[in-house]
Design a protein around this ligand. Structure first.
Ligand code: FAD
Length: 354
């Protein structure tokens, strides 16, 4: 069986980002790479959005960037502007196409459906696939989004609505998210923070239909694209075997308080490529112990006081836009952390410390 210097298990966001980063940094001229991916075809299946707090390789896959965003609680709306860190949405279809056409030019890179097709004994393995099904009773961010198109121009395309809590909470945390790609096209998502056992929260079609009709006042539209997902807001207990380096969601790249993962994957890929010649000697990359600590308290509060979360999120966004964006993108300094902590209800958070 054929041997490879590197193996990437899972050719999704993390696997392909790493392969691309290796390729553009000329690390696959003399080395070989096998990507193990089960999907039959690559097509648009997700929209990855984030604040661009550093440069990445995929500006040409961006659907749109915004400098303004709002957050709505049931009784008020708050608007923030930030010119330094735009919010961007990436079309996964363009992302897959760009990477796969680049990788196809290098004959040292091969795709396989199953690891058993190759000899992996002496390879450096990067893994982005969860070992087993994850625990449905833990906390998840689960959602469905639809890209709608209207016959008339009705959206303000310069401003996104990051969180709209003007909706049924059903004893959990629920909000809608609207990204206007143009005056007549927008991605609208219904998002829940809850366990995955309660099927009654998953009538996403109906939730979207009601929100679009009753909250946005839109009656006439067609649906161009649907995405659905569930992001674990906990780290899976993957064993860090010394020959396997976990990446992507399975490698702890999700920020647990927000679900944001895409840009962390890009940072991790750059880190791996920088250290590729001594990867086993490099420190294991993580998002930062302070965020793990703070997110852990935040999620404990969220679990026990879901009804307080709309106000907590709303107040967090009362900090300056630089501060809140850097905090949510794991780029804040201690003073900025403190400014966010001061916006939180002290007693509840203190109780969850112990
Ligand atoms: C619909 C959706 C929208 C999201 N939106 C955002 C967002 O806006 N911003 C953000 O920061 N994050 C977002 N996320 C979270 C995160 O960025 C994505 O989940 C991202 O795709 C994670 O990358 P990954 O490589 O870890 O997993 P994936 O991209 O899911 O890649 C895993 C790959 O492994 C393959 N695979 C599975 N089993 C096997 C197997 N046994 N053998 C070989 N291959 C296998 C799969 O086919 C897949 O291609 C979103 C997630 C979803 C699901």
């Amino acid at each position: 069986m054929k041997e490879f210097d590197y193996i990437i298990i899972g050719g999704g966001c993390a696997g392909l980002s790493l392969a691309y980063e290796l390729e553009i940094n000329d690390k696959l001229k003399e080395k070989t790479l096998a990507i193990i991916e089960t999907r039959e075809e690559y097509k648009r299946d997700k929209t990855w959005s984030f604040w661009k707090v550093f440069n990445h390789n995929f500006d040409d896959c961006v659907i749109k960037s915004w400098n303004n965003f709002t957050i709505n609680s049931p009784d008020s709306s708050h608007e923030l502007t930030n010119k330094k860190f735009p919010y961007q949405s990436i079309d996964s279809g363009k992302f897959y196409k760009k990477i796969n056409s680049k990788l196809s030019t290098n004959s040292n890179i091969s795709f396989f459906k199953n690891l058993s097709e190759i000899n992996s004994e002496n390879s450096i393995i990067f893994n982005s696939v969860h070992e087993k099904e994850l625990d449905k009773s833990k906390l998840w961010q689960h959602f469905q989004g639809i890209e709608i198109e209207t016959p008339k121009n009705i959206f303000d395309e310069e401003i996104i609505n990051l969180m709209d809590f003007n909706c049924d909470q059903r004893n959990d945390v629920h909000f809608f998210y609207t990204l206007p790609f143009s005056k007549n096209k927008a991605l609208i998502e219904t998002t829940w923070l809850s366990d995955l056992k309660d099927q009654s929260l998953m009538d996403y079609d109906l939730q979207l239909e009601n929100y679009i009709k009753n909250n946005l006042g839109i009656k006439d539209y067609k649906i161009n694209f649907t995405e659905k997902g569930a992001i674990p807001l906990f780290y899976s207990s993957l064993k860090s075997e010394n020959k396997i380096i976990n990446i992507g969601s399975a490698g702890g790249m999700t920020r647990l308080s927000t679900g944001y993962t895409f840009l962390n994957i890009q940072e991790h890929s750059k880190y791996i490529v920088k250290n590729i010649d001594n990867i086993y000697g490099a420190k294991i990359f993580n998002l930062g112990k302070k965020y793990q600590f703070l997110d852990n308290i935040f999620l404990k509060v969220l679990k026990d006081y879901p009804e307080k979360m709309p106000k907590i999120f709303f107040n967090m966004f009362k900090a300056s836009s630089d501060t809140v964006i850097k905090f949510l993108s794991n780029k804040s300094n201690l003073i900025e952390d403190l400014l966010i902590i001061l916006k939180m209800p002290k007693w509840i958070f203190l109780k969850k410390l112990f």
